[in-house]
Write a protein that binds this ligand. Structure first.
Ligand SMILES: Cc1cc2nc3c(=O)[nH]c(=O)nc-3n(C[C@H](O)[C@H](O)[C@H](O)COP(=O)(O)OP(=O)(O)OC[C@H]3O[C@@H](n4cnc5c(N)ncnc54)[C@H](O)[C@@H]3O)c2cc1C
Length: 440
C-alpha cells in the first residue's frame, strides 16, 4: 500500500492532533501516523470497572497562556468541571500545604525554624553578594530557598521525580516552573497567615467525562479520518519530492514531514545520521512513568494531589485523586487514587511484577492513612517510556546538535519529545500555534 499526502505528521498525541486540527482546518492535505492502536500519547485515559484513569499520570488543564487555555476549554465545551486546587506535601506524616514554602507553619517547629533561618541567611548572603554562582539545579534550589527548604523538601522530591541528582541537572529551565515565592509570602506562611503560591494553577479544569483523553478526542474529532493508527514509522527516507515513510508494510509519501514523536524514535528511522548526532542523541536523558490506578469504595481525602518526597514513604513521587476532579470518573459511592512512579531502565521497579507494584502502592497508601486495603475494588497499571525530559548539564549542547541536524535535513519538530523540552499540554499547543502561525 502506498499513500501520497502533502504533509505527514508523525505521532497522534496532543501535539500531532492539534497540528492536524489546525492544518486540516485550513484545507491542507494532512495525514497523522500513530504507532499505537489508539490516539492520545501521554494524554490517553483508560476505563475499567467503572473507573477512568489517565494512563500518562494524572493530568489537569491549566495555563497562564490565556489564548491556549481558551482553546482547550472551548474545544471541551460543556464537558468540563472547574476545581480549586487543594494540593499537599506528605511530610513526616503531615499534610503540608503546597507549595511547601507557602505551608511552612504546618511543619514541626524545629523544621520550621530550620527552613526560616536558612532562608533568611540566604537572603543576607544574596544582599552581600556572597552567594556562589548558579550552575546546577541544586545550586538554584539552595540559593533561592536556603538549605532548610532544600533539604526538607525540594532536594528529596526532585531527586525522586527526576530520578537523577539535582546537582547534575542544569538550572536553565527552572524559572517559572518551580515556584519562587515573594519573601513576604514565606514569612507570612511561616507565622501562619494563609498565602497562595503558584496562583495560575490555583483553579484548574478537568473533563467531566472521559478523563484527559476527552480533550485530545475533542481536538481530533474533526480530523479522525486523517489519522492512521498502528503505523509505527520505522524507516524514513528523503526522496526527490519530499519524504517516504514506512512502517515495514505500508508506505506514505509526503511533500513535508512534521515530527511530534520522540527524537529517540525518529533518528534511528533515518539513514546516514552522523556519528556526532547519534552520540548527542544517546546522551539526552529522559525518564519513564508507571501509573498505578486504585479504585476504592467510599471516600478519599478532599485533596487534589499529594507530593511524596521521601523514598521511605513509597516508590511514588505523587498521588492524585481523580474522582475529586470529576465525580464521573468513578462509580457511584467510590473514589479513585492514581500514584506515579518515575523510573529508568534497570531501576528496581522495572524488575517488579505489576501485582507487586500495585501491592506496594496499596500498602503505602494505607500506611499514609489515605485508603483502607479492604476498600480496594479495582486496580491497574500503565507505563509510558517517554514521560519526562531530564535537563542534565550537557542538555543544551546535545539538543542543539540534534535540532541543527533535523533542521538541516528538513524535518520540523513540534511537541514534548520531538522538541525534547519539558512542555506541558499548554506548551505543546503553544508550540503548534507558533509553528502554524494560527490564532484562535
Ligand atoms: C506524569 C505526567 C503528568 C503530566 N501532567 C500534566 C498536567 O497536569 N497538565 C499538562 O498540561 N500537562 C501534563 N503533562 C504533559 C503532557 O502529557 C504532555 O505535554 C503532552 O501529552 C505531550 O504531547 P505530545 O503529543 O507532544 O507527545 P506524546 O503524548 O508523547 O505523543 C507522541 C506520540 O507519538 C507516537 N509515536 C512514537 N513513536 C512513533 C513512531 N515511530 N511512529 C508513529 N508514532 C509514534 C506515540 O505513540 C505518541 O502517541 C504530564 C506529563 C506526565 C508525564
Amino acid at each position: 500500500m502506498c499513500t501520497a499526502v502533502k504533509t505527514a505528521i508523525l505521532g497522534g498525541g496532543l501535539s500531532g492532533l492539534t497540528l492536524a486540527h489546525i492544518l486540516a482546518g485550513r484545507g491542507e492535505d494532512v495525514l497523522v501516523l500513530e504507532a499505537e492502536e489508539a490516539i492520545g500519547g501521554l494524554c490517553r485515559s483508560r476505563t475499567g470497572d467503572g473507573f477512568c484513569f489517565d494512563t500518562g499520570g494524572s493530568h489537569i488543564i491549566f495555563s497562564r497562556d490565556s489564548e491556549v487555555l481558551g482553546f482547550m476549554l472551548s474545544v471541551l465545551g460543556e464537558n468540563r468541571a472547574e476545581r480549586k486546587r487543594n494540593t499537599k506535601i506528605f511530610y513526616k506524616d503531615r499534610f503540608v500545604k503546597y507549595p511547601f514554602e507557602n505551608g511552612l507553619s504546618g511543619l514541626p517547629r524545629e523544621d520550621l525554624y530550620l527552613c526560616l533561618s536558612e532562608y533568611i541567611k540566604t537572603l543576607i548572603a544574596a544582599e552581600k553578594g556572597e552567594l556562589p554562582p548558579v550552575v546546577s539545579f541544586r545550586d538554584w534550589i539552595y540559593t533561592t530557598f536556603g538549605a532548610g527548604i532544600a533539604e526538607c523538601y525540594l532536594m528529596p522530591y526532585n531527586r525522586k521525580i527526576w530520578n537523577y541528582p539535582p546537582e547534575q541537572m542544569s538550572a536553565h529551565w527552572v524559572e517559572g516552573r518551580v515556584p519562587r515565592p515573594p519573601v513576604e509570602d514565606i514569612i507570612r506562611s511561616a507565622i501562619g497567615i494563609e498565602t497562595e503560591g503558584y496562583t495560575h494553577q490555583a483553579v484548574f479544569s478537568y473533563p467531566l467525562h472521559g478523563g484527559i483523553e476527552a480533550l485530545v478526542r475533542a481536538i481530533a474529532e474533526p480530523v479522525m479520518d486523517r489519522v492512521t493508527c498502528g503505523f509505527g514509522a520505522s524507516r524514513i527516507r528523503r526522496t526527490p519530492g519530499g519524504w517516504e515513510i514506512t512502517d515495514g508494510t505500508r508506505t506514505v509519501r509526503a511533500g513535508k514531514l512534521i515530527s511530534t514523536i520522540p527524537l529517540q524514535n525518529l533518528l534511528p528511522a533515518l539513514d546516514g545520521v552522523p556519528a556526532a548526532v547519534r552520540e548527542a542523541l544517546g546522551a539526552l536523558r529522559y525518564n519513564s512513568v508507571c501509573s498505578v490506578f486504585i479504585g476504592v469504595r467510599g471516600e478519599v481525602p478532599p485533596i487534589s494531589w499529594l507530593y511524596v518526597p521521601m523514598p521511605e514513604t513509597g516508590l511514588f513521587n505523587r498521588v492524585s485523586f481523580p474522582s475529586n476532579f470529576s465525580t464521573a470518573v468513578a462509580p457511584e459511592g467510590c473514589s479513585s487514587v492514581l500514584a506515579e512512579i518515575t523510573y529508568n531502565d534497570g531501576d528496581p521497579v522495572t524488575g517488579m511484577k505489576d501485582d507487586e507494584i500495585i501491592g506496594h502502592v496499596i500498602s503505602s497508601l494505607e500506611s499514609m492513612g489515605l485508603i483502607r486495603k479492604d476498600a480496594v475494588v479495582s486496580s491497574g497499571i500503565a507505563r509510558h517510556r517517554f514521560a519526562y525530559v531530564v535537563y542534565d548539564l550537557d542538555y543544551l549542547k546535545n539538543i542543539r546538535t540534534v535540532r541543527d541536524y533535523c533542521r538541516e535535513i528538513g524535518i520540523d519538530l513540534v511537541g514534548r519529545f520531538a522538541q525534547f523540552e519539558y512542555l506541558n499540554m499548554d506548551g505543546c499547543i503553544r508550540s503548534v500555534m507558533d509553528y502554524t502561525g494560527w490564532r484562535p
